[in-house]
Design a protein around this ligand. Structure first.
Ligand SMILES: *[C@@H]1O[C@H](CO)[C@@H](O)[C@H](O)[C@H]1NC(C)=O
Ligand SMILES: *[C@@H]1O[C@H](CO)[C@@H](O)[C@H](O)[C@H]1NC(C)=O
Ligand SMILES: *[C@@H]1O[C@H](CO)[C@@H](O)[C@H](O)[C@H]1NC(C)=O
Ligand SMILES: *[C@@H]1O[C@H](CO)[C@@H](O)[C@H](O)[C@H]1NC(C)=O
Ligand SMILES: *[C@@H]1O[C@H](CO)[C@@H](O)[C@H](O)[C@H]1NC(C)=O
Length: 440
């Protein structure tokens, strides 16, 4: 098999794998341990699970169901429980070994409670002490008299990404347990703040507001095109049918909460409130450009210009343009909303890529002008980075090992499956080359 083909195939095959390898899912990790089901449940309903999943280096101190019922018996609000549990998530990796070898027998670590900005002073820190006899004790900075919370066991270690351990009891921090104001969940009044009023009017007159309101509980992110953007878009908006208007407006909402930090650390496709399965994708790409967060549809690129509210479960940001989904504005491509359309050469090249050759697309350097993507192919296909190339090469080696005939019985079925996938992809790939060759 030619090496170039093998590498391209491996990229195709491994793109899906690499994404799953990197992400951890605390809900799934804890689901295997019923003794932590209450803790797990509260991580979900306080949205801390999402926060944990997107962190790279983290330690989660779980407590069992008995310890959780001690906490719940205090009758704290969900918001307060969230503060208490966020004190149980350290912004650093502590595996069992590291815990038993803390420098000079004691260290202090910042927690997610610290990161929220809710913690006054040093209340968001936890002391880790290696007590004589191999015990490791955890003490909240604002309750140094607590001695009953100690390391029990390791639940999962993925050095140095995530460590999940069990500790014997809840960390009792008076600051974390202090009553906190619940976030304002009145989306109607939040949307009336500066920057969103024109968009809010459209939501109200079209009736699309209902979908936004019913999404609040599970978390929602709203992108409000600012008043100027709405005015500039008015002629196009008028031309849409009522159903299309609704879809366009729903396209400006995401059915999950995204903090500014989350937007900055995520590049890729996002589904919206307008998304209905594969036929009506209504998705767009989030792309970070320095400090700017850009939202790219196939038709237009908008920039996030400000934050109206960012308080879980609601985030509202302003945009400099109305997002135009390709589902409604497919023919609008030539209109080139953008100030700097791609040079003719680059556009031609895109057309060639559009015929479907992944290898050619991969080779396409992101030169000036190719920034804007008017082509129809999936943005996710264009993310082959140098890291993935390394992975691809590794996989070529792996293939070589497979081909040299490893027949360990437990992997035999997987082996056959992988080989089949490769041959199948190989077939498709060759077909594409043939078609491309024939057309040119
Ligand atoms: C994590 O796992 C749970 C349970 O398996 C699942 O419901 C949830 O969608 C997963 N979350 C992510 C972000 O994959
Ligand atoms: C400090 O922790 C202990 C448990 O060791 C608890 O009994 C006490 O109430 C806590 N103090 C405060 C002020 O919360
Ligand atoms: C930890 O995360 C990094 C970066 O996302 C990843 O490359 C690495 O494979 C992860 N390690 C483990 C053990 O999953
Ligand atoms: C939300 O705010 C609007 C406008 O400020 C007000 O009319 C409405 O009564 C509020 N709704 C709730 C449920 O508080
Ligand atoms: C709206 O539709 C009319 C009639 O189809 C067309 O002439 C006009 O150019 C459209 N306006 C915009 C801004 O798309």
């Amino acid at each position: 098999m030619p090496t170039a083909t093998a590498i391209s195939l491996s990229i195709l095959f491994l793109l899906s794998l690499t994404t799953t390898i990197h992400a951890h899912n605390i809900t799934r990790i804890l689901a295997k341990h019923p003794e932590f089901s209450t803790f797990n449940h509260y991580l979900t309903i306080t949205h801390l699970a999402n926060e944990i999943n997107r962190r790279q280096t983290i330690t989660v101190c779980a407590v069992d169901n008995a310890a959780m019922s001690d906490l719940l018996s205090k009758g704290l609000s969900i918001q307060t429980i969230k503060n208490v549990l966020s004190l149980h998530v350290f912004a650093d990796y502590f595996g069992s070994k590291k815990l038993h070898q803390v420098t000079k027998g004691s260290t202090s670590t910042a927690t997610m409670y610290q990161a929220t900005g809710e913690a006054p002073g040093t209340a968001g820190y936890v002391h880790i002490t290696d007590v004589k006899g191999g015990k490791v004790r955890f003490t909240p900075e604002d309750n140094l008299s607590q001695t009953d919370s100690v390391y029990v066991k390791s639940i999962l270690e993925m050095p140095y990404n995530i460590s999940v351990i069990q500790i014997s009891s809840i960390l009792q921090s008076p600051e974390a347990e202090a009553p906190t104001a619940a976030p304002d969940l009145n989306l109607t009044s939040l949307l009336d703040r500066d920057g969103c009023q024109s968009f809010h009017n459209l939501l109200t007159t079209s009736g699309a507001i209902g979908t936004f309101l019913s999404s609040v509980e599970a978390g929602v992110t709203v992108f409000c095109p600012d008043d100027d953007a709405i005015t500039a878009f008015a002629p196009k908006y008028k031309n849409l049918t009522a159903a299309e208007k609704t879809s366009l407006l729903l396209y400006h909402g995401i059915p999950v909460y995204n903090s500014m930090g989350m937007l900055r650390s995520s590049n890729g496709l996002m589904n919206t409130l307008a998304t209905e399965g594969a036929k009506k994708k209504y998705d767009f790409t989030v792309q970070n450009d320095g400090n700017d967060v850009k939202l790219k549809t196939k038709v237009v690129t908008a920039t996030v210009t400000g934050t109206v509210v960012d308080d879980e479960p609601i985030a509202i940001y302003t945009l400099d343009k109305v997002l135009q989904p390709r589902e409604l504005f497919k023919g609008a491509v030539e209109e080139a909303d953008e100030p700097a359309p791609a040079p003719k050469g680059a556009k031609k090249k895109k057309k060639a890529a559009k015929k479907g050759d992944e290898a050619e697309e991969d080779a396409e350097a992101p030169g000036p002008g190719s920034d804007e993507d008017y082509s129809d192919d999936d943005a996710a296909d264009q993310t082959a980075s140098s890291g993935e190339r390394v992975v691809a090469m590794v996989s070529v080696v792996v293939m070589a090992v497979f081909d040299s005939g490893y027949h360990g019985s437990p992997t035999r079925v997987a082996h056959a499956g992988i080989e089949f996938s490769f041959y199948f992809l190989f077939l498709i790939y060759d077909l594409k080359i043939f078609i491309l060759f024939y057309l040119s």
